[in-house]
Design a protein around this ligand. Structure first.
Ligand SMILES: Cc1ncc(COP(=O)(O)O)c(C=O)c1O
Length: 395
């Protein structure tokens, strides 16, 4: 075999999200697109906001010389300055362009950060349920993943975290609003988390990064204000993108922001810039950087996602599923009425409703439903949820 053993092994294990997506493709071929209700892969149904197209048109009609050339690996100064201004407004922390590196999405940002900070064998703590790619990204850079549990509300258990953080802990990776649970961590939680990490740093004489994956920061409901972890831990780093808030996942545009209070901040930033280059990203896409410079305060209509959340939550609850109402992102993570979440997902599949078993997110006994789909798909799926519930005596 010409490919590396570890890649072969990890490809064979596959990802549940991808597997369901691929099975969905074949079901659609068999039954017709309109008869399959695909709630598996997180591709937002919404188009980018009108301001995006206006800006795209303006740039196309007024090209400036050199606008498609190589640039500084950190990205355009004006784009980084625009991100810094917006982030300062949102967090109350004074960011400058020197704290920002533009990246190829949040995925690129995470890989740049992990490549830069991890020595072989360093540990990164994540919490189940988690975004499954974290395991690959940590492994990409020689890290050891430690997976810790959350409580019934999907909030990390701080007593277990306290007992787990050790001399080898290099980072704690959090994701709020969370994929797959939709939970948003409270101000009090992020305060306690920051305090715990600072205490552990003193105990071990180390630096422990709080790595905050904020891919869904702006997809937040019921007028909630996003509680940023940044004020609560100096060694905090934000990774995010415009994949969800501007509905641009295919354009690969995101950024890293490093807390200005981070010690050895310049060394950390220089490391990120270097790794952005050596990982082969070189820089974030030029055209997208030009575009998002003027779109920092623009977001897709979040009320549209909230409407879908309410529709799905009301129906699932009425049918009898036990489900926590998400506060952000566009996923729901109900309890499976069967202990075997894969069997439940298979049953739903027999009604042509595609979801993903909680096992794929490190949390068996649950399943993930994605609701950033068109109304027809969401409405069409309800009958399948009802049939499965009837079969398992939920209603
Ligand atoms: C929690 C989380 N982090 C990161 C990403 C990667 O997003 P991007 O498209 O910005 O790379 C995703 C994508 O779905 C995600 O759900």
């Amino acid at each position: 075999m010409s490919i590396a053993d570890r890649i072969q092994k990890s490809m064979a294990q596959g990802s549940w999200v991808r597997r369901m997506f691929e099975e969905g493709v074949s079901l659609k071929r068999q039954y017709g697109e309109e008869n399959v209700f695909d709630l598996s892969l997180g591709n937002p149904v919404m188009e980018p906001p009108v301001e995006f197209h206006q800006e795209l048109k303006r740039l196309a009609e007024n090209p400036s010389p050199g606008m498609h050339r190589y640039m500084e690996n950190a990205g355009y100064p004006e784009t980084r300055a625009a991100v810094a201004t917006q982030l300062s407004l949102e967090t109350g922390i004074k960011f400058t362009m020197n704290d920002i590196i533009m990246t190829c999405g949040a995925a690129g940002a995470l890989n740049v950060v992990l490549k830069t900070i991890l020595n072989h064998g360093d540990e990164v703590i994540i919490f189940a349920p988690y975004f499954p790619e974290y395991i690959n990204y940590i492994d990409n850079h020689g890290g050891i993943v430690r997976i810790l549990p959350t409580n019934e509300q999907f909030i990390p258990k701080l007593d277990i975290l306290e007992a787990t953080v050790g001399a080898k802990t290099k980072a704690v990776l959090i994701n709020s609003p969370n994929n797959p649970s939709g939970v948003v961590y409270s101000e009090e939680f992020v305060r306690q988390l920051g305090e715990l990490l600072s205490k552990k740093e003193t105990q071990y004489g180390t630096q422990i990064f709080l790595l905050s994956d904020e891919a869904y920061r702006k997809i937040i409901y019921d007028g909630l204000k996003y509680p940023s972890p940044l004020p609560h831990h100096p060694h905090s780093i934000v990774v995010t993108s415009h994949s969800k808030d501007l509905a641009l996942p295919g354009e690969r545009i995101g950024y890293i922001a490093v807390n200005p209070a981070c010690s050895q901040q310049k060394e950390v930033i220089d490391g990120f810039i270097y790794c952005n280059r050596t990982l082969g990203y070189v820089n974030a896409p030029a055209l997208m950087q030009h575009l998002v410079s003027r779109l920092q305060s623009v977001t897709v209509p979040v009320a549209e996602y909230q409407r879908r959340r309410d529709f799905l939550y009301d129906h699932l609850s009425e049918i009898g599923y036990s489900v926590m109402k998400p506060q952000g992102a566009f996923y729901m993570f109900p309890k499976s009425p069967l202990a075997d979440d894969v069997a439940l997902v298979r049953e739903l599949q027999s009604w042509r409703v595609l979801t993903v078993p909680g096992s794929g997110f490190g949390t068996p006994g649950y399943f993930r439903i994605l609701y950033c789909v068109d109304d027809r798909t969401l409405e069409g799926a309800i009958a399948g949820f009802r049939k499965a519930a009837q079969k398992f005596n939920l209603c």
